[in-house]
Design a binder for this molecule. Structure first.
Ligand SMILES: CCCCCCCC/C=C\CCCCCCCC(=O)N[C@@H](CO)[C@H](O)/C=C/CCCCCCCCCCCCC
Ligand code: CA
Ligand code: ZN
Length: 263
């Protein structure tokens, strides 16, 4: 009986051919494309340093978890092992759970959980139960995780309705654009593999890694922007672009200004 750590013990196998470029790395491009997550965390921490000073624990914690997602995803695509797959999926689940626990706006709490503390415990218990359930059918977990993006889209829409800053609307549109490209790549790698192999281009899952990291690069400042509006009334969040506004490719980040707020 193969060990749960052994190569190819996972029931999921992505479209890229295995061991084509290396004898130790099962899926070469799917493995190296995880570098996007190793870049994402330090970029977030560096650019949003004013916010980091205010909410150091939350930002360091979630950036650390995103880095772990990168490590486990690398391990998974390198080995295609059962343990790799579960670590990959569970690290995503826990990153999402922790991000919700830190940043889910109190105004959306069900009335029963108005205090916040109960909501925190409910999220924790739900995550522990989901963790246990994820062992039942691991191949199904990724679909469930992807559905959470729809809830994030819904929350973004509701927040944008209350916001008249055009730059924030633009940032949300760019985030959605990256996410649509990302999810299309993920689905096409899952469902259209025969076609991609026929044209010798089975690399859509590695595009997914890069594109979802791009989407998170826009999603995180958006979350920070709304958090400042809700939780830090002494500051006014302002959207900045690195390296500068005039560059064709830019990375958004949040600047904290002292006076009154706009949204
Ligand atoms: C201020 C910071 C706020 C941060 C909030 C966001 C927290 C996001 C948490 C985790 C997302 C990581 C997703 C990367 C997955 C990479 C690993 C991977 O590719 N795994 C696959 C197998 O290799 C697996 O099949 C994928 C599973 C699906 C993951 C779905 C994640 C949903 C992420 C939602 C991102 C929202 C971005 C924009 C929303 C419109
Ligand atoms: Ca493969
Ligand atoms: Zn992956």
């Amino acid at each position: 009986m193969p060990s749960i750590f052994s190569y190819q013990s996972s029931e999921v196998d992505w479209c890229e051919s295995n061991f084509e470029r290396s004898t130790v790395i099962a899926e070469y491009y799917n493995t190296i494309s995880n570098v996007s997550f190793f870049i994402l965390s330090p970029v977030l921490l560096y650019l949003n340093r004013q916010y980091r000073q205010q909410r150091a624990f939350a930002l360091y914690f979630v950036s650390g978890l995103l880095f772990c997602v990168g490590i486990f995803s690398t391990y998974f695509h390198m080995t295609l092992s059962y343990v790799g797959q579960l670590l990959d999926e569970l690290s995503i689940l826990w990153t999402l759970a922790v991000a919700y626990a830190f940043w889910y706006p109190k105004v959306y709490f069900p009335r029963l959980f108005a205090g916040g503390k109960h909501f925190f415990w409910l999220s924790g218990i739900t995550t522990v139960i989901s963790t246990l359930m994820s062992f039942i059918k691991p191949a199904f977990n990724a679909y469930v995780l992807n559905c959470i993006a729809f809830h994030l889209l819904y929350l973004t829409r509701r927040e944008l309705k209350k916001c008249n800053d055009k730059r924030v609307h633009r940032m949300a549109k760019v985030m959605v654009m990256w996410w649509v490209l990302a999810i299309s790549s993920w689905l096409s790698d899952r469902w259209l593999c025969g076609l991609w192999q026929a044209i010798n281009f089975p690399y859509f899952h590695s595009f997914w890694h890069v594109l979802i990291a791009m989407s998170l690069l826009y999603c995180c400042p958006l979350v920070i922007y709304f958090d400042i509006n809700y939780e830090m009334p002494m500051f006014k969040p302002k959207l900045g672009y690195w390296p500068s506004d005039s560059w064709p490719v830019v990375v958004p980040y949040i600047i904290l200004e002292e006076p009154h707020k706009q949204c």
